[in-house]
Write a protein that binds this ligand. Structure first.
Ligand code: UD1
Length: 361
């Protein structure tokens, strides 16, 4: 069985390693990797292929940048060409980026069954490009691999055939366990940045609704600046955010914060392992904070990972204002650990995904 996997953005390279490694262990499957080039900077892309030992893509395009329609349209054309050339049995896509939607749509129109890893997540906010990508991808997919029971329920409400939905857990947990279990050694980043173990915050910011709204961006950066009076705040800066900070002339707000270039996965996992607090608008980091049992404040109005809010590990500020973000951070620091449960499976999501595909393919 030949699987063509489409990746393009940072979180997909990380998720792909779990499944690529599991495919390599089987003799009934082969994988061809296609990289759209949505993310192209070395520290947003190549570092993950090196660190995670992800196989080099057979197809590598340069289809990042431009408007959503331009990016998705160019991706559709090239992915369709590759699908015709390879004639895979399955097209596998991850998450909710423009590359996800382009891969799923191109394959579905060629009648190549689509497997969607991270299916059923919903923010119920259709102003987010990611929400549009998720909903559309789910509805053209043959296999919907849900990371949580909440995601299964979301799909049920939308009338998706239950036979195509498989609750397998989160592939991000598979990958995070490499560091948590010590299979991969921690890096030296905490010492390199001279951070006090257990006494610093890790922040990330890249959502369009935060970066492209000057008031919100300023509110978040001001809150992080104030938090850094209490503890060092490390902020690996996404290129979108770096551009927005410059365009909106907010560079002064970075002075108090330890803004650094984007870092590799194992550096991030090492930073999280010794952090006191996470402040983020990333979907992935909310869960990774929990895997490392670090409290998290999510600077958005809603989250797809509602379990973590219910369990007390994650907090949403009452609004995206300086005061509300700081209040949420204070509450997170003051509270004890949240509930202990395993809403994201047992760390064997990749194996379950391949078993399900092999059984019904
Ligand atoms: C994308 C995904 C988002 C995912 C995130 C992870 C969509 C709609 N959004 O958002 O779901 O959570 O990736 O990081 O697909 N840029 C660079 N260098 C790079 C990559 C991007 O300079 O290596 C620039 C782009 O040219 C663009 C901006 O950063 O100006 C944003 O990149 P884009 O790919 O549009 O979306 P992300 O914000 O990364």
């Amino acid at each position: 069985m030949k699987v063509l996997t489409v990746v393009g953005a940072r979180p997909q390279f990380i998720k792909a390693i779990a499944i690529s490694a599991a495919v390599a262990r089987r003799d009934d499957m082969e994988e061809v990797l296609l990289h759209t080039g949505q993310h192209y900077d070395d520290n947003m892309s190549e570092v993950f292929f090196r660190d995670l030992k992800l196989p080099q893509p057979k197809y590598r395009f340069n289809l990042g940048g431009g408007s959503h329609a331009e990016m998705t349209g160019r991706q559709l054309i090239e992915i369709e060409r590759a699908l015709k050339e390879e004639a895979p049995d399955i097209c596998l896509v991850y998450g909710d980026t423009n590359s996800t939607l382009a891969g799923a749509l191109a394959a579905a129109k060629l009648h190549i069954p689509v497997a969607h890893v991270e299916a059923g997540l919903r923010s119920f906010n259709r102003r987010m490009p990611e929400e549009i990508n998720r909903v559309l991808t789910d509805h053209v997919s043959r296999w919907l691999f849900a990371p949580t029971q909440t995601a299964v329920e979301n799909l049920k409400r939308e009338g998706v055939d239950p036979a195509s939905v498989h609750c397998v857990g989160d592939v991000m947990y598979d990958v995070s366990r490499l560091i948590i279990d010590g299979t991969v050694s921690r890096t030296v980043i905490v010492d390199d940045l001279a951070l006090p173990r257990g006494g610093y915050a890790v922040a990330t910011l890249h959502r369009q609704e935060n970066t492209d709204d000057p008031q919100r961006l300023e509110a978040i950066l001001t809150a992080l600046g104030e938090l850094s009076r209490r503890m060092p705040v490390v902020l690996p800066l996404h290129p979108r955010t770096a551009k927005a900070v410059e365009a909106q002339r907010l560079s002064g707000h970075l002075a108090a914060i330890r803004a650094i270039d984007p870092i590799g996965f194992f550096d991030m996992a090492t930073l999280l392992a010794d952090a006191r607090l996470v402040v983020t608008d990333s979907g992935g980091l909310q869960k990774e904070a929990y895997f490392h049992r670090v409290p998290c404040v999510t600077v958005r109005e809603e989250t797809e990972w509602v379990e973590l809010v219910e369990m007390g590990w994650n907090r949403l500020p009452e609004s995206i204002s300086r005061q509300a973000i700081l209040a949420a951070a204070e509450a997170a620091l003051a509270s004890g650990p949240g509930a202990d449960a395993s809403p994201y499976g047992d760390g064997n999501a990749a194996e379950l995904i391949l078993d399900a595909i092999a059984a019904t393919g």
